[in-house]
Structure formats: C-alpha cells, structure tokens
Write a protein that binds this ligand. Structure first.
Ligand SMILES: Nc1ncnc2c1ncn2[C@@H]1O[C@H](COP(=O)(O)OP(=O)(O)OP(=O)(O)O)[C@@H](O)[C@H]1O
Ligand SMILES: [Mg+2]
Length: 260
C-alpha cells in the first residue's frame, strides 16, 4: 500500500530542513532544544530533523534521518498544556511501576515520555507490533519510522476504505493477537486504542501512541480495556461480522486478567 501522501517537497528538501530546524527551535523551549541536541549529538539517536508529520495538542511528531540514513520518528511532548497535566496524572497514579509523581510539570512530562518508551519496549518484547523505541531524553522520544521517504504510513481509519474485506479480516485477526499479547504477556492495557492509533504498514497493523498504557494493576485497567476492545470491534463491524470474535477475545482476556 502506498504511504499516505503528505506535503514533503523533496525538490526543496534542503530549504525545508532548515525551516524545520528553525521552527523547532522557535516552538520549543531551551530545555527541549537541549534534549534534541543531546539525542542527536551525544546519544546519536538521529542525525537530522526533516519534516513535520503531526502537530497535536500534546505532542508533535517529526520525520528524521538516522546516522545510517534510515528514517526515524521523533515525538516531542509539549510541556505547556494544562489539560495534558490532568490526563497524565490519571494514567500514572495507581500504576505500581511509577510509585511517586514528580511535583514539577516538566518532570511529569519527562516521566510520560519515559513511560511511552518503556511501554513500547515491553510491548515489543511481548511480540506486539509497535514501532521499536530507539532512545528517550527529557520530553523527546525517538522510535522507528512507519512509512518511507518522509511519507508516514496510513492510519487504520485512512487505510480501511481502500482495503478489501479479506484484508480487513486479516488486519482484525492480527490486531486481536496483538491485544492478547499486550494484555496476557506484557500485562498492559493500551487505554486509547482505536482506528486512529493503529497504522497500516508492511501489510499489517502497528499499534502506536502508547504513553497512556497502564499495567493491569492500575485501578482503571479493566474499564480501559473494555473501551479499547469495543473501539476495535465497533470500527471493524462496519464491514465484517465480528460478534463471535469479539466474544472469544473477551473470554480469553478475562482468563488472563483472572490469572493475575
Ligand atoms: N513511528 C511513527 N512513524 C510514523 N508516523 C508516526 C509514528 N508515530 C506517530 N506517527 C504519526 O504521528 C501522529 C501522532 O502520533 P501519536 O498518535 O503517537 O501522538 P498523539 O499523542 O496522538 O498526538 P496528538 O496530540 O496529535 O493526538 C500519528 O497519528 C501518526 O500519523
Ligand atoms: Mg494518536
């Protein structure tokens, strides 16, 4: 499948590179610029920022080049949003992996970035298809880029209309296996799983945006898992008959939750 078309002008890429770096320096404070510098020059996690992939309320994602010429994704969490502060706290307190909450908001965002890094590592180890994390420093996370040449892969919500029923069946099966591995092996619940946080690349779904994922011990884990499963099946139910598979996944997840 062709990557989602984004306005990346290769002809003018040199000019664009400078623009990106300038914008990054203007948008982010000196702390963030320090972490970008550290990841580039000390940790060698990437060589050069190339283009903006996404500019959301809580984070920005950039396309960058690694030292071997490979594409990488750089996710920068914003340290200036009051709403973000509230949502971060809800997903951290109660998770035994993070027993104490830092009082400074900046430190909380750093913890959030490290949480996404460790969730990605734990999920990848459990066999879930997530972008491999590369490095984290402060509020900046570097991971594998899904897509090529600066064109990101399509989200499930964008790709679904171009997929045949047969492909959708396969995508759903793979996603079900990933949710099972995430819960039963990594012992984590995504917490914001939907067609907007799954990318389609190399013929399979990849789960992204895992900063809020909580461990099964978190008081809200069941409620979040319930919502994740409902989101996935209600999306696929536009094209497929999913009721049996939904029931079977719920039964198997129940088994894993009980064997805690
Ligand atoms: N590893 C990656 N490779 C390519 N593109 C990515 C990658 N990770 C994220 N993206 C792109 O960046 C977008 C935002 O990433 P993500 O979902 O992780 O952040 P977010 O917290 O949802 O940000 P927002 O505040 O925009 O909701 C994704 O929808 C996707 O288009
Ligand atoms: Mg997202």
């Amino acid at each position: 499948m062709s990557p989602h078309r984004l306005r990346v002008d290769r002809e003018k890429s040199k000019v664009k590179d400078e623009d990106v770096i300038k914008t990054v320096e203007e948008v982010f404070d000196s702390f963030t610029n320090y972490h970008i510098y550290r990841l580039k020059n000390t940790m060698k996690a990437f060589r050069e920022l190339r283009g903006t992939i996404s500019a959301g309320k809580e984070a920005r994602v950039y396309w960058a080049k690694g030292w071997k010429g490979e594409d990488v994704a750089v996710k920068i969490f914003l340290t200036s949003s009051a709403e973000f502060r509230k949502s971060i706290k809800n997903y951290i307190s109660g998770d035994p992996r993070f027993p104490s909450l830092p009082s400074k908001f900046r430190e909380l965002v750093y913890l959030w970035a490290r949480k996404e890094y460790s969730n990605l590592s734990e999920m990848a180890k459990a066999g879930v298809s997530v972008p491999q994390p590369i490095a984290v420093s402060g509020n900046v996370l570097v991971m594998r880029f899904l897509g090529e040449g600066g064109l990101r892969a399509p989200l499930l919500v964008e790709a679904a209309r171009e997929l045949e029923a047969e492909d959708l069946e396969r995508m759903l099966e793979m996603l079900i296996k990933d949710v099972e591995s995430m819960v039963c092996r990594a012992r984590l619940v995504h917490g914001d799983l939907s067609e907007y946080n799954v990318m389609i690349w190399e013929g399979r779904p990849w789960i992204i945006d895992v900063a809020q994922a909580v461990s099964l011990e978190h008081p809200k884990s069941r409620e979040l898992l319930e919502r994740d499963v409902s989101n996935v099946f209600s999306f696929f139910s536009h094209w497929l008959d999913v009721s049996e598979r939904e029931e079977s996944l719920r039964r198997s997840l129940e088994g894993c939750l009980e064997s805690r």
